[in-house]
Design a protein around this ligand. Structure first.
Ligand code: G5P
Ligand code: MG
Length: 223
């Protein structure tokens, strides 16, 4: 589907709820550019940039990186794609970040993946990631074709340093205290769309149908 107007979306949900997995499917079906705050941070850690070195301890402990740092990085990346429609994954994660995003852009829709914490804990310890692209696999759910290798590039997959059981618990806690208030922020603006479930394959058809409706209506209004 071609878009006649710029469309700006955010995908939210607790750690391991499937934001990366669903984003991959969205960008295959819809003309949105995906930008993931976690992928950007991990790329900085891998490249050993000053930012990456400073933020690694924070991330490995399951804490959020400071709002001003995160907002500066994401807003500068979004400015580079001012003429594109986008889907932001992992940002905003605090009300302060949501306000910073709001000051720069109006968000058309927020897709919220509501997946129980119990489901999530099991998933994260069996996740394998291709760091350069952010593609994710799972030994139970979507294993790579060749064990330990990315399907597209054949490069090695790694387990994230923050996917240990103790750190996952801390990430879920910081989600509850710092990120859940963002859901209320967007609900009050009337842009929050929640999808509840325990399996991505069951949630995905609803997300796809919702975006088909939403983007058709954006196109009708633009015509
Ligand atoms: P990230 O990178 O944004 P999280 O913790 O929000 O990290 P995460 O862990 O990347 O989110 P996800 O993207 O929601 O999870 O989930 P996913 O990777 O798609 O799926 C998880 C696993 O489940 C995968 O193995 C997938 O294959 C599998 N899976 C998916 N669906 C199913 C299913 O139906 N069944 C089964 N069995 N498996 C399935 O942020 C990382 C850190 O960076 C910092 C913070 O320190 C954060 O902790 N950070 C920020 N700090 C401040 N502000 C921000 N805005 C920040 N953004 C990042
Ligand atoms: Mg992710």
């Amino acid at each position: 589907m071609a878009l006649h107007k710029i469309f700006r979306a955010v995908i939210m949900g607790p750690p391991g709820s499937g934001k990366g997995t669903v984003s991959e499917r969205i960008i295959k079906s819809f003309p949105l550019k995906h930008i993931s705050s976690g992928d950007i941070l991990r790329a900085n850690i891998k490249a050993q940039t000053e930012l990456g070195l400073l933020m690694k301890a924070c991330i490995d402990q399951g804490q959020l990186v400071p709002d001003d740092v995160m907002s500066r990085i994401i807003l500068s990346d979004l400015r580079k794609m001012d003429q594109s429609s986008w889907l932001v994954d992992g940002f905003p994660r605090t009300v302060c970040q949501a306000e910073a995003l709001d000051d720069a852009y109006s968000v058309d829709t927020v897709i919220n993946l509501d997946v129980p914490f119990q489901t999530i804990k099991q998933r994260l310890t069996s996740r394998w990631t291709h760091l350069p692209s952010g593609r994710v696999y799972n030994t139970d759910f979507n294993p790579p074709k060749v064990q330990g290798m990315d399907d597209v590039t054949g490069e090695p997959l790694v387990q994230r340093d923050d996917d240990t059981p103790g750190t996952v618990t801390r990430r879920l806690k910081s989600y509850e205290t710092q990120t859940e208030p963002v859901l209320e922020y967007y609900r009050s603006k009337g842009v929050l769309e929640t999808f509840t479930g325990t399996e991505t394959n069951k949630i995905w058809p609803h997300v796809e149908a919702f975006l088909n409706r939403k983007l058709s209506s954006v196109n009708r209004k633009a015509a």
